[in-house]
Design a protein around this ligand. Structure first.
Ligand code: TRP
Length: 338
């Protein structure tokens, strides 16, 4: 039986966090043998907000090296830069012609971003979900692991793909979202009602995958907890719930089991256990990262191989789409200009 295809991406802005690992990258790694996987580094998405060109490539390489350090296997999964495969933009254009302005206007992430980016409300922020749809259908992905915040973009992708199929026949599979349950959601350390965000500029809110152990320990020790002293997952205890969720995810147990274990214990003990567990998780990742990141030529060559492979599938899909739309097929015979 042919393997199904899985695709997911993270925009290279900010720094990858413990939340990205527990909520996303770890799930990619767990599924990469079962599915044919594509992991584009979605750099074209990142330029919807201003990036510093003198550091952008290095940040992108950091992201890719971290994917590999976390266990993504470039021998079996296709890891590449979105900007290296021009078909993403080509297909995004065509899909824009099958997307209604009204649909994009309803995207809550766009509404939030336009509120926050008053000074630079560029058209890319608006059409961003169509580029994401193109990323997905270009490889005919069946399964798309994303965070809860991307559910609406996935719905749009399904609508646009379904609409296209309705007009032109079954060109695209309709992708399923795979959204990890809320337990896998890591929240900000200082405001545990908000998601831990890789673009958060307040370092104390975030555990970055490359934070050194002393920073990790200090941030966890100082994170916000709640009044009272019970160690339980409960709505009125977002700080303690977050610590329990992190510990359960890192040590692969349940929060219920941890609640039992911590009866009668204090917050101090919980925090030091969380810190130890997170540090033990990050240490081998950081060691592999330094190895991988120190060989930039090898990293770039891996991305080139990924782009070559992704490009083959991407070209095939674009040709199929061009055919469906009735474009003149591009002849493989070049003759004299008439
Ligand atoms: N928009 C996604 C995010 O912000 C990133 C993304 C871009 C993506 N293209 C994708 C995710 C394709 C999954 C599939 O998280």
């Amino acid at each position: 039986m042919k393997k199904q295809t899985l695709l997911s991406g993270i925009a290279p802005s900010g720094r990858l966090t413990l939340g990205n690992y527990l909520g996303a990258i770890r799930n990619w790694v767990a599924r990469q043998d079962q599915y044919k996987c594509f992991f584009p580094l979605v750099d074209l998405h990142a330029v919807t907000v201003r990036q510093d060109p003198t550091t952008f490539a290095d940040r992108c390489r950091d992201f890719v090296a971290l994917y590999l350090a976390c266990g993504v296997n470039p021998q079996t999964s296709v890891v590449f830069a979105q900007s290296h495969v021009a078909e993403h933009c080509e297909l995004a254009w065509i899909l824009q012609c099958y997307t209604q302005v009204g649909e994009l206007n309803r995207m809550t992430q766009y509404k939030d971003k336009s509120r926050r980016n008053k000074g630079d409300m560029n058209a890319g922020l608006f059409s961003y979900p169509v580029l994401m749809a193109a990323d997905i259908v270009l490889y005919k992905a069946d399964l798309v692991p994303v965070g809860e915040d991307q559910r609406q973009h996935l719905e749009l992708t399904r609508d646009v793909a379904g609409r296209f199929n309705g007009l032109f026949g079954d060109v695209f599979p309709i992708p399923e979202a795979y959204i990890p349950d809320s337990g896998a959601r890591v929240m900000s350390l200082q405001d545990p009602t908000k998601k831990m965000s890789k673009s958060d500029t307040v370092a104390a809110n975030v555990i970055a995958l490359l934070d050194d152990p002393t920073d990790v320990a200090r941030k966890i020790k100082r994170c916000v907890t709640d009044s009272g002293n019970e160690i339980v997952v409960r709505e009125d205890k977002p700080g303690v719930s977050n610590l329990l969720n992190i510990l359960a995810a890192v040590t692969e147990t349940t929060t219920a089991a941890l609640e039992n274990e911590y009866v009668g214990q204090g917050y101090g003990r919980l925090k030091s256990d969380v810190a130890d567990a997170v540090i033990a998780l990050l240490e081998p990742i950081q060691a592999r990262f330094s190895d991988l990141r120190s060989d930039e030529l090898a990293l770039d060559a891996m991305l080139a191989a990924g782009a070559l492979e992704a490009g083959k599938t991407a070209r095939r899909t674009v040709q199929e789409v061009h055919g469906a739309l009735g474009f003149i097929p591009k002849s493989s015979r070049v003759g004299p200009r008439a």
